[in-house]
Design a binder for this molecule. Structure first.
Ligand SMILES: O=c1ccn([C@H]2C[C@H](O)[C@@H](CO)O2)c(=O)[nH]1
Length: 125
């Protein structure tokens, strides 16, 4: 498989973040083994900004996968996903799912989703 760091760097350069100047790239691996990409997409009406993780999860679901096996997020500083994105990931991932947070220069900080979002809100369908 192609190395994930250069792929995230290329993806991050596609983010649309003219207001925050904080580009984010996200890749989720679905149960089929396919990788789904997302970037943040901002808007002149600031509150309508969409996070990169949300885009990646939407793509995964549209392509028919329903389980997240692993997550990678790249930001300039290696920041972790926001609270809302943790909840969006938790809908399709397990508490033990690894979330790799990379900085643009390739440093990696890995957490489980359960560490990032303990006691996640769930409604059993
Ligand atoms: O987990 C996160 C947190 C923030 N952002 C985006 C939203 C906005 O465009 C920019 C600054 O908050 O980063 C993401 O894509 N994912």
């Amino acid at each position: 498989m192609e190395e994930i760091t250069p792929r995230l760097q290329r993806l991050m350069s596609k983010a649309y973040a003219p207001y925050s100047h904080y580009p984010v790239a996200a890749i989720v691996k679905g149960e089929s083994g396919r990788l789904f990409e997302g970037v943040n997409v901002e808007n002149a009406s600031y509150a309508l900004a969409r996070c990169a993780e949300q885009g990646a999860v939407s793509r995964m679901v549209a392509e028919g996968d329903r389980k997240i096996l692993e997550v990678w997020v790249m930001t300039q500083d290696g920041g972790t996903p926001c609270g809302g994105c943790r909840q969006i990931l938790a809908e399709f991932a397990k508490p033990e799912t690894l979330v790799h947070c990379l900085s643009a220069d390739g440093q990696e900080f890995t957490h489980t989703l359960g560490e990032l979002l303990p006691h996640a809100f769930r409604l059993e369908p």
